[in-house]
Design a protein around this ligand. Sequence first.
Ligand code: C2E
Ligand code: CA
Ligand code: CA
Ligand code: CA
Length: 394
Amino acid sequence: LWVVSIDLDRFKFTNSRVGHKAGDRLLQHVAERLQAAVRPIDTLARLGGDEFALMLLPEENAAKPSVEQLQRVLASLNRPLVLDEKETFIASSAGVAIYPDHGGDPTMLLERADIAMFRAKELGGDNYKFYTHAMREQLGERVQMESALRQALERHEFVLYYQPQVDIGSGRIVGMEALIRWQHPEMGMVAPGRFIPVAEETGMILQMGAWVLRSACQQLRTWQCEGRRHLRVAVNVSARQMAERDFVGSVADVLTEAGLSPDCLELELTESLVMNDVEHAIAVMHQLKKLGVKLAIDDFGTGYSSLAHLKRFTVDVLKIDQAFVRDLTVDPDDAAIVTTIIALAANLNLEVISEGVETLDQLSFLREHGCYQMQGYYFSRPVPATVFGAVLDE
Ligand code: C2E
Ligand code: CA
Ligand code: CA
Ligand code: CA
């Protein structure tokens, strides 16, 4: 017997957007979907809010429940839900505790299924994990991380690194992506992959994102004043920021404050961020466009936006994800995906940039296929502002 804890990803945030009534109806749909996906002998319980518990029994002639069984249940949530004639995408995280390996009573099993579910969430969500004892320790670390993160802004422990974006046509640095780094007094340098998900979930990403935006714009202004007028800066935007009531207004304020022309700022939005609430995202993209900032779709090709959607996004740049660039020269599938994205960008009159360029072979392939803007270790790792300034002088 398996006890499965299921929790919707970012539901609080969906709820704040669609309103509580619509949120409740959405949960009702979710419950119905799950109910329809399990067999009568599997017990499904709504634990309140957006949390569900499931007891999964083995299928006939099987000794244990199977991963396929679990996947079938979870997949029932993967189709978009239609709410007030709008498509809403639901993602969920699930954790599994196995009887009797992980516990002998329901309380302990559910507790451990929850721990596994949190782990799945931490790893980005939209996934499931089986409980392991190591997860319990990690959970402790996570609580520590959360409180440390709360103090980090006040203590000025964040720094921005900059990674050049190069136009290999002219051979010039045309811009840079600002990437956050956390220099913790004891933990040392903490990678964004470890703290951004925590910041997202706790909402701290809002303060953090505002700091990143302001710092990056001020830094760019400094470089521009030193004579590098052509440079632009790319800043990553999180879903929560996009959903904020006056995100566009705050971007406008930051630009004014820094004395920066809007077209020097590029905001990187991921596909999944946009697909979270397509209509809202499109509306915000239109406003940002009107303001004059540039928009890029980050990690392009990894999400599930359709071409029909892409046509309605007012973006300027497609950024090819490094996952496709990595094996570009050895994996024909990746090569095909990359050349397709480059062609797509050309047909839609969009700029295209590749991230994660590490080798001359990758560079040559990209150039041959018409992608001239690149970013990656081949040119430079992300570096502190002082080092970046020196690179610019070379
Ligand atoms: P991303 O936006 O896809 O950023 C690119 C990541 O790839 C960066 O990792 C960068 O250091 C790394 N990278 C660059 N060139 C290469 C290369 O040639 N090879 C390889 N293997 N990697 C390369 P980083 O800095 O660890 O950031 C990870 C992710 O954290 C970012 O992925 C982004 O999603 C998020 N992030 C970073 N800074 C911010 C921020 O200020 N705000 C938000 N919301 N997210 C951020
Ligand atoms: Ca929840
Ligand atoms: Ca990025
Ligand atoms: Ca990426």
